[in-house]
Design a protein around this ligand. Structure first.
Ligand SMILES: [Zn+2]
Length: 119
């Protein structure tokens, strides 16, 4: 069986990107007044978040970010994304019920330890 898959293209990672995008848009629209596209700062953060997901060592076994055992963000980016998640997290069920539900289910997964991950 071929488990070798191009990183950043699996179902789990794609879903994480959709969730982070939805959270960023919600946050940016409400706090930075953005319309269709993100403001430059949020666009940079989105780009960063996507790249972290592309190289996430867990890939398809990835836990939700706040339960992860690997801290892959730099301190500054981490503070930025935490502000976004703190704001957007509680608002997700109303604005994006389907994504919020999927994310809730992901929270119930056990957090893998890095050593157990198949590469
Ligand atoms: Zn913004």
């Amino acid at each position: 069986m071929n488990r070798q898959r191009r990183r950043g293209t699996g179902r789990r990672i794609r879903q994480e990107k959709r969730i982070i995008d939805a959270m960023l848009h919600l946050y940016c629209r409400d706090t930075h007044g953005a319309q269709k596209s993100l403001c430059p700062d949020c666009a940079r953060l989105q780009d960063y978040a996507h790249r972290r997901l592309d190289i996430c060592p867990f890939q398809e076994q990835k836990p939700v970010c706040n339960r992860c055992t690997v801290h892959c963000y730099s301190a500054a980016r981490r503070a930025e994304i935490q502000a976004v998640m703190r704001y957007a997290g509680p608002r997700m069920p109303r604005r994006h019920p389907w994504l919020a539900l999927l994310h809730l289910l992901d929270k119930l997964r056990p957090s893998p330890k890095l050593a157990r991950v198949t590469r």
